[in-house]
Write a protein that binds this ligand. Structure first.
Ligand code: SF4
Ligand code: SF4
Length: 213
């Protein structure tokens, strides 16, 4: 029937509208900004950079690989790499971003930067109250604005953050096992070398006496 779906939609709206006077479950809106809904696990607004520990600079997971910068469809990420290196969460020396900017007036919240990051460094935040009358500087977020602790990640995306921690713990364990195996190999090689050197330095056995005439 023509318009059947419109009538069905209107019926749902009417049921919720009148039902909201008697049942709280039918009330689908809140008195914002006094009241706020808790964002759902999959809510995403703009990206932020995760850091571990208490020091945003030291604990920043980003290694300035620039993959996100290349893959961002509207090209709103700008990164300048450091010249020196600092240890990453696996203890390996890595570059870090001297500059990491995101122009959120251009960002389209697609989350591609999150998907391509191999270091669990960039995640989507749920913060949406970012309006400002400064169209340019006010919407250009710098590294210090973007850096947030892992505890924030757990607060906004609890399940994702747990999965991310598990990935990092797995990689750390793998790196530690590799380092242990390398140390063991080096120790065995050094032992073998020392044994060979000792054997080479030992005096040659005396020649047997000549037979009696
Ligand atoms: S969410 Fe999308 S548009 Fe925004 S910075 Fe990431 S890749 Fe770019
Ligand atoms: S956020 Fe991830 S993908 Fe982007 S530069 Fe840092 S480590 Fe690379």
């Amino acid at each position: 029937m023509l318009g059947e779906q419109i009538i069905k939609g209107m019926a749902v709206t009417a049921r919720n509208f009148f039902g909201s006077y008697v049942s709280k479950e039918r009330l689908t809106t809140v008195q914002y900004p006094e009241e706020r809904l808790v964002p759902k696990e999959n809510t995403r607004q703009f990206p932020f950079l995760v850091y571990d520990g208490d020091d945003a600079e030291k604990g920043l997971r980003c290694v300035a690989c620039q993959i996100c910068e290349k893959e961002c469809p509207p090209q709103c990420i700008y990164i300048v790499k450091s010249k020196d290196k600092k240890p990453d969460y696996k203890g390996q020396p890595q570059l870090y971003p001297l500059t990491f900017d995101i122009d959120i007036s251009v960002c389209m919240s697609c989350s591609i930067c999150v998907e391509v990051c191999p270091f669990e460094s960039i995640k989507m935040d749920t913060e949406f109250e970012l309006s400002t009358d400064d169209r340019f500087a006010g919407l250009l977020l710098h590294k210090q604005d973007l850096a947030k602790p892992n505890s924030h990640y757990h607060q906004v995306h609890a399940q994702d953050a747990k999965d991310s921690d598990a990935v990092i713990a797995g990689e750390k364990a793998k790196a530690e096992a590799k380092a242990r195996a390398a140390a063991e190999k080096a120790r065995a090689e050094a032992e073998a070398k020392a044994k060979a050197a000792a054997a080479a330095a030992a005096p040659a056995p005396a020649a047997p006496p000549p037979p009696a005439a």
